[in-house]
Design a binder for this molecule. Sequence first.
Ligand code: AVJ
Length: 322
Amino acid sequence: MSAATFEIHLTDEDLTAALRGDVQAGLTASPKSLPPKWFYDARGSELFEKITELPEYYPTRTERALLERVVGEIAQVAQAEVLVELGAGSAAKTRLLLDALTSGGPLKKYVPQDVSVSALRGAADEVAHEFPGLAVHGVVSDFTATLENLPRGGRRMIAFLGGTIGNLVPDERAEFLAGIHDVLEPGEQLLLGAGLVIDPAVLVPAYDDAAGVTAEFNRNVLHVLNARLGANFEPERFEHIALWDAENEWIEMRLEATADMVVTIPELDLTVEFAAGEQMRTEISAKFHRDGFETELAAAGFATERVWTDPDDRFALFLAER
Ligand code: AVJ
């Protein structure tokens, strides 16, 4: 019986310190904003799982179907011995990749990374039992620390799926891709899932569903601030907004204050005022053009080997080589 091993570069205290810094900076800025990574406490992760099942939210099922179709080719081209999955969480897509990379290639080791031990532990142990010949080594860290501490040896493929790259603004994206390029050896690979620019009439409802699950997910960041920093937000007094920014080609989620409010955040010794109608950005989810993204990969030093898209051109998988 095999069990997963773990290394932890990020403690709960580190996470709280990072949250404090982000909230202090974001809520004292004008306009106010909060980074999307703080959506994902246990409730936020559950709400995101629900989002992936909504009729309007096409990215997850589109990427999954695409992956199902091309995973054999990916395995064949990549010949990966080590799969590193960034933001692995409880990723259901992992099985598909692992099946293909073990049966159609030389995979020996799986390294899932996430910021939350709890999300990672269960999933990593399950994979270890399902794939007895595979070494499973979970890494709890942020991306930067993951890249710095990435185990060497064996031909590696780093996978970053789900379109989460879209949460980064262009500068952060360039830095992130360059950071991945830095840690890879020539010949090693990056597998990236990215949402493509499509009709806003399809895009916007994916982030503003009729059942209101995304609205609740958006407001969850306020629950997180209440729970972790002792803040007294009344989340139901903020309205969910999702809009398509055509110039930047990203979906932007915001929370709009429905009344004048004063919020205190004791852990930060901070009082924050919201005016009725004031909007605060909580997430960007950038969408891409195939060529534009290849250019970004090239700027980071990658050669794009293959690009696959779904039949409706809504989502793309890029396989790039250092
Ligand atoms: C998990 C970052 C890929 O941007 O589509 C879903 C998060 N936000 N609905 C995305 C999200 C609103 C999602 N990612």
